[in-house]
Design a protein around this ligand. Sequence first.
Ligand code: BTN
Length: 264
Amino acid sequence: MTDDLAAALTANHHRLGIFAGRVRWYEEVGSTNDLALSWADAGGEEGLAAIADAQTSGRGRLGRRWSSPPGAGIYVSVLLRPARAVLPLLTLTAGVVVAEAIQAACGLVVSLKWPNDVCVEAGTRGWLKIAGILAEAGTSSTGGNYAIVGMGINVRTAIHPPEVAVRATSLEAELGRPVDRSMLVVECLSAFSQRYEQLKGYGEARILDEWRRRASVTLARAVEFDADGAVRRGVAQGIDEGGALLVKTGEGVRRVVSGEVRWL
Ligand code: BTN
């Protein structure tokens, strides 16, 4: 672990909740989600967190890759063992967490695009993606349910594949100044432990309200999405208590539970 990160974790130990003393740092891994999945399968405890400086096979949603050059971002995955089915809400909870952490660590206000994109308005480039979330759940071969939540935040300007570069930005590019990655990790883990306690304590309504409050880039926007083998269009009206997106279309309000929506 870098000295900076070790010092930040020690100084903020009391704020890390279930992650205190359970953070493992790697210079390079395939994917922190895959690493945390292997821990889960081996019976690893709730609160283990994998952080890497680089990923060689970083994964995004819908089978996409997550470009993860060395030192350019925060690549972190946490292992959770929720007692009940909170998975549908974990992606949205993590979106709130990442938004809160970015705001606390560097003052930038971001907006949440359903279900897992964290975006920022970048002047003439429009809305660009600055972070993403990949939540996965399963049952260990040793028994016991688990959920892995991976968060990737672009911190520094880096060389990404062209299809990523065109719609992505980084905290430092938007702020025009350096960002302390160690404090960003601390704020992420601290916000996550608090929101996760709230989620487990049946506080999902408050988390969803916070998500809505931070979702100007989703709500009231004209979008298209794929359903029943066709492309549908409508206006995103809200999210329901299960975290599904409600889109008003010509044929009534549709509940979008998976996949993604594209801005029109
Ligand atoms: C997305 O926007 O499609 C989700 C991106 C999630 C990326 C993070 S980086 C840390 C963790 N490890 C992975 O392989 N993916 C997630």
